[in-house]
Design a protein around this ligand. Structure first.
Ligand code: B12
Ligand code: SF4
Length: 508
């Protein structure tokens, strides 16, 4: 049996970094971990090929070769996924689909032979049996949420590792919190399920064995949800594993509760964590109450951010505007908060309602939902009819422009670096990356230092870092490079009207 695993093309989004990945000669941020996990279930006698369309082209020859196509997608990949599915139909190749897009919009893909609604670990073996028996079902879904200890080591060997900026592993699924806009709990539940320590180390050993020596994203939605396991078992084991492998660092997602636990932060830093994404959402207390983000309420969020950054962890922040309780001043409030916090990578999105969430149910009852859902919260379109009316979009776009204007952006990098305490650990550099990063540095100087409106501010930052914090120059330059992408995203929004799920123009 010949199988092609397809990951459709992602449009330009906040996290796509397409324009700057070229600087470091990479094509995509991270690999499709869902497909790599599924690949591990396929019989060894099958011929398997992976085409991540963000890295290489999918050809008609690939599809003609295939007896079966397996596709995985998020909502943002809808347009590309539909094209692939139509092409498979034309060529009469059966398609099996999974991932968040198909879990929430299964009824939109009648031509797909089999759809997995949610996690596949507990039902994929049954599917394989039924496929070989000649009678696969149309839908498969797990009864309850599968035990992660049954999840196999992903088949990373299918990847062209050199094309990715980072690898990902996943230690846990599920989150105990109740943020009403979040579809993580719809997709993965409230009960936190974890892999065992030997299982996790086995995954890391495999990545190391195939030559990975750079950053690894721990793709958990809330890495510290099972704090006891993480502190007592996982982090000490990771720190031990990483000895002699210091070129590898970790990034993950947590909640702001991390600010309350110095021991946890220290253990994370010792284990090699350098970046955490945290959903801060909004400095507006009433909006936090509205969306039930209880863990962020009644706190000094600004000082929480500082505490975390000072312990050696860089925060990337998630922010939302468009709550019913957002006052007209929210845009200025948000700008001030982000600027003072020194959160350089601030993903500010418009509130969106994903099917299955409590927010979606409420707005459906209030008759405030539009038909289309793009699935990208930073594209300037929302499927919600906002209380604020037109002001929301204009305020939002101007907020993004302010945040990512070169002068303000470089100023924020400075604010961050002044406060940030980099971990005092020995750094081991993978010598193979040195020529590539040297070329990237020269390209970056060319892009930012000699063209564009922010050149002067760029050199000011460059000189300041060189003179006062030379050790942090690589970090500062990486952040400056991110800025190229973020400015591009802002320009994209102001150049184009927001587009609907199928790429058709919408009025907003
Ligand atoms: C890692 C991650 C990323 C990474 C890597 C993405 C990538 N290349 O896959 C980065 C940071 C780049 C990213 C970006 C984005 N992401 Co993201 N991301 C995640 C995260 C945290 C983990 C995904 C993962 O690796 N899971 C581990 C694997 C093993 O699980 P899985 O993919 O779900 O696969 C299982 C099942 O779904 C099923 N399955 C999946 N595919 C298939 C296929 C077949 C054939 C079968 C049988 C089964 C199957 O089986 C697997 C095993 O059970 C998820 C949240 C989550 N917990 O899933 C969000 C999530 C997928 N991301 C999301 C979003 C919105 C985005 C962005 C649009 C954000 C933005 N505004 O920029 C961008 C878009 C991508 C881009 N390039 O621009 C949403 C998607 C919601 C939706 N309904 O579509 C999620 C669910 C988070 C959320 N709630 O907001 N993301
Ligand atoms: S803490 Fe994060 S993952 Fe958990 S429910 Fe809230 S937004 Fe979702």
């Amino acid at each position: 049996m010949n199988v092609v695993l397809v990951y459709p093309e992602c449009p330009e989004t906040f996290w796509s970094f397409k324009h700057v990945l070229g600087l470091i000669e990479k094509a995509a941020v991270a690999p499709p971990l869902g497909l790599l996990t599924i690949a591990s279930y396929l019989p060894s006698s099958w011929h398997v090929k992976l085409v991540d369309m963000n890295v290489s082209k999918l050809s008609k020859e690939d599809l003609r070769w295939a007896d079966l196509v397996m596709i995985s997608a998020m909502s943002v990949q809808r347009a590309s996924a539909k094209k692939v599915i139509d092409l498979c139909c034309e060529l009469a190749v059966p398609v099996v689909a999974g991932g968040p897009l198909f879990a929430v919009e299964s009824e939109c893909f009648p031509s797909v032979q089999t759809i997995f609604l949610g996690e596949a670990e507990s039902c994929f073996p049954q599917y394989l049996e039924e496929l070989q028996g000649g009678h696969p079902q149309h839908f498969y879904s797990s009864k309850g949420f599968p035990d992660l200890q049954d999840s196999p080591i992903p088949t990373w060997e299918l990847l062209n590792l050199r094309r990715y900026h980072q690898m990902s592993v996943q230690f846990s699924r599920g989150c105990p919190h109740n943020c009403d806009f979040c579809d993580v709990t719809t997709l993965f539940g409230h009960q936190v399920r974890i892999k065992s320590v030997p299982q996790i180390l086995g995954e890391l050993d495999r990545l190391y064995a195939i030559g990975w020596r750079q950053s690894i994203f721990v793709a958990d939605d809330n890495f510290i949800a099972n704090r006891h396991f993480v502190k007592r078992e996982l982090l000490p084991a990771l720190a031990q594993w990483r000895k002699g492998k210091e070129a590898i660092s970790f990034a993950t997602q947590t909640t702001i509760i991390l600010a309350d636990d110095p021991e946890l932060r220290q253990l994370m830093v010792e284990a090699g964590f350098r970046t955490v994404f945290i959903g801060i959402e909004t400095p507006e207390e009433k909006s936090l109450a509205e969306c039930h983000k209880e863990q962020n309420r009644s706190r000094d969020l600004l000082s929480d951010v500082r505490v975390i950054q000072r312990s050696g962890l860089q925060i990337q922040g998630g922010f939302i505007v468009g709550f019913d309780h957002d006052p007209p001043t929210i845009f200025q409030q948000m700008f001030d908060f982000i600027q003072h916090s020194g959160i350089v990578v601030a993903m500010v999105g418009l509130l969106q309602a994903f099917p299955g969430t409590k927010l979606y149910q409420r707005l459906q009852q209030e008759n405030r939902l539009k038909k289309d859902l793009i699935g990208d919260n930073v594209c300037g379109y929302t499927n919600i009819i906002p209380r604020m009316g037109e002001t929301l979009l204009t305020g939002y776009q101007s907020l993004l422009r302010q945040l990512y204007a070169p002068k303000k952006y470089y100023e924020r990098i400075r604010i961050f670096l002044k406060d940030y305490k980099p971990p005092q650990q020995s750094v081991r550099i993978d010598l193979r990356i040195v020529p590539r990063y040297s070329r990237a540095f020269l390209r970056l100087l060319g892009r930012l230092g000699f063209s564009g409106k922010g050149a002067l501010s760029f050199w000011r930052l460059f000189n300041w870092v060189l003179l006062t914090r030379p050790r942090m120059l690589p970090l500062a330059m990486t952040m400056a490079a991110y800025g190229i992408h973020f400015q591009w995203i802002c320009d994209l929004q102001s150049r184009q009207p927001s587009t609907s799920a199928d790429g058709a123009s919408l009025s907003g």
